[in-house]
Each structure stands twice: as C-alpha cells, then as structure tokens.
Design a protein around this ligand. Structure first.
Ligand code: UDP
Ligand code: MG
Length: 322
C-alpha cells in the first residue's frame, strides 16, 4: 500500500458488531480499482459488544483496515471527528456503520470530487425502515434549521459525505467542542455538490439515536448555528410590552369613567403568562450559556483507549486556540 491512500472511509461505530464485517466487505468491493489506495477506518465509540474485537480481527487480516477505540462513549459527532483527525487519505468519506447509507454510492462521490468539488454530500431521496415519526421530525428539523441559520445547510443530508483536502484542512482546524458536523462542513464553504441516493433500512442492530439523543442533537445544531432563539426573547419582550401598554390605556380609561372592573382573572393570567415566558427565555439563555461553559473548559473532545496500529495518541491533536 502507498503511504498515502487516495481515500479514507471513516465509520463511527457504537455497538455495531454485526455490521463491521459486511461494511468492510462492501466498501472494498465498491471501491476496489476505483480509488488509488483505500483506508477503512472504524472508530469504536465505547461499544460494549464485540465491535472492537471484530475491527481488530479485520485489521489483522487486511492492512487497509484500521481502528480507533474510544475510552468510553463520546458520541457520534466525536467519533466522526476522531476518524477525520486520524485519516491518512487525501479525501475522506464519512459513512454510518449500519449500512443505511449504501457504500456503492461512494464511487459517485469520488467522481464528483475529481470533477473539482471539494465537498460532495449525499442527499437522501427516500428513507426506508425508519418510523414515520423519525422521518417527519427529521424533515421538519432540516427545514427549520435551514430557515433560521445563515449557513447554507442542505436539507435531508446526514454526515454521509466526501471531503477533499482543503475542506479537511479547514475542518480539522475547527476548535469547537459542540460539533454539529453537517453544519460545520457546510460552513467551511468551497465548491460543494450533492449526489442523490436512497437510504435503506439498518443492516443489523437498532438505532443508537433514541428520542433523547435526537432532541439533544437538534438543539446542538440550532444553538451552534443560530442566535434566533435569543432574538426571540427580544421580540417577545417588545410584543408583550406593546400589549401591556394598550391594556394599561384601557384600564386607566375605565377607571376615569368610574367603571369598576374586578381583576382577579386578568391578574392571574398576566402573572402566569409572564412567569412562563420569562422561564422559557431563561432556559434558552441557559442552553447557550451551558455551551459557552463547555467551550471554555477546553476538555478534549474524545480520549483514545487503543488503536489497531498504535498510531493514535490518547489525547487528540491540538487545535488552534482562538
Ligand atoms: N453512533 C456512535 N456513537 C453514538 C451513537 C451512534 O458512534 O453514541 C454511530 C452508530 O454506530 C452509527 C451512526 O453513529 O454508525 C449513526 O447512528 P444510528 O444509525 O443509530 O442513527 P440513525 O441512523 O438511527 O439516526
Ligand atoms: Mg442509522
């Protein structure tokens, strides 16, 4: 194998023991002869099943396969970041381990990259084997995100994408802890192109994104790319003040006219409404503050327990301090 493969495929895997081998097989089958040197890089995100053993076994048999093992579960986005940090290829493709995104699409991504696109993202035309709820919430999320951010984040696009060397250099330099990768890759710019594909059902195992993680992920995406929720507080403030002013005029006029208007109901309504609105706004402020706190602590994004070729250090490479 040449020192620098043309393509690295980064695969975050959390309890995906039955997907490791089929994934590697299909990748090799799809890319053999298409690229000049291939690296298949699994990142085991603290799995409790045999994912790591399968990866290590594959790596012993096939020099194209490498693996990184996290010290614990650091999350999908950290796993992708670790893979991109360690990848040796000129270009990198990110793909989920569960074979929902078919490896056979990768040659198309590579072809567009060779045409001169620095980022080629794969856009889902159709998704199979996911609940109606997941599809509906995902579709709504991508559209809301797009509407409220000033970064051009494509709809219905996950992390399945190819990055060329310039986009990689930019991506590797991003210092933030809260990593909403599909947003960050759009943020770096460069010529970007889309390839449409059909998303399949999971090959084995079940989703590692329960509702709780999905909500967290959505909030991460919105807060890392938009101040709109904060502005909402200002707008609501103006709106409520205006209404209050009009209401005060009415109340004073009634008083002058000598009309007595018992006020328990309106009083309670006003107190509870304002109390609720204020708590929501404090909550939104808290979401941003918590993320600022996270950034300021500057803890490493992930810690590495092991790697198949012992080439990856425990602590990730330093990113520029901004
Ligand atoms: N994943 C991970 N760490 C986690 C959760 C998920 O590395 O904490 C990986 C998982 O193994 C898979 C990818 O992220 O390769 C996407 O997860 P999943 O397929 O469960 O998400 P879904 O497709 O259901 O949204
Ligand atoms: Mg999946």
């Amino acid at each position: 194998m040449s020192e620098r493969p043309e393509l690295s495929v980064v695969i975050p895997a959390f309890n995906e023991q039955d997907n490791v081998e089929p994934m590697a097989e299909r990748l090799v089958a799809a890319l053999e002869g298409v690229v000049d040197g291939l690296e298949v890089l699994f990142v085991d995100d603290g799995s409790s099943d045999a994912t790591w053993e399968r990866v290590a076994e594959l790596a012993r048999r096939d020099p194209r396969v490498r693996g990184i093992r996290f010290a614990r579960n650091f999350g999908h986005q950290a796993a992708v970041t670790a893979g991109v940090d360690a990848a040796r290829g000129t270009a990198v493709v990110i793909i989920d381990a569960d074979l929902q995104d078919p490896p056979e699409v990768i040659p198309e991504l590579v072809a567009r990259w060779r045409e001169g696109y620095e980022v080629v993202y794969a856009q889902r035309e159709h998704r199979e084997g996911e609940t109606a709820f997941k599809k509906a919430t995902a579709a709504a999320f991508y559209r809301i995100l797009r509407a409220i951010t000033n970064v051009d984040i494509p709809v219905d696009t996950g992390d399945f994408r190819l990055m060329g060397p310039d986009a990689l250099a930019a991506f590797r330099a991003l210092p933030e802890r809260n990593r909403f990768i599909r947003g960050l890759v759009s943020w770096v710019g460069f010529p970007q192109a889309a390839v449409r594909y059909q998303r399949h059902a999971r090959h084995a195992g079940e989703t590692k994104y329960p509702l709780r993680k999905m909500v967290r992920f959505a909030v991460d995406g919105i807060t890392s790319f938009s101040f709109l929720p904060l502005r909402l507080a200002t707008w609501t403030g103006f709106g409520v003040s205006l209404l209050a002013f009009l209401y005060i005029l009415v109340v004073i006029t009634l008083k002058i006219l000598g009309i007595n208007w018992p006020g328990y109901t309106s009083l309670m309504a006003a107190i509870l409404f304002l109390g609720g609105v204020q708590l929501i706004m404090i909550g939104i402020l808290g979401e941003y503050l918590g993320r600022v706190f996270d950034e300021v602590k500057r803890r490493p994004l992930y810690l590495v327990r092991d790697s198949t070729d012992r080439s990856v250090g425990v602590v990730p490479p330093a990113r520029p301090v901004t």
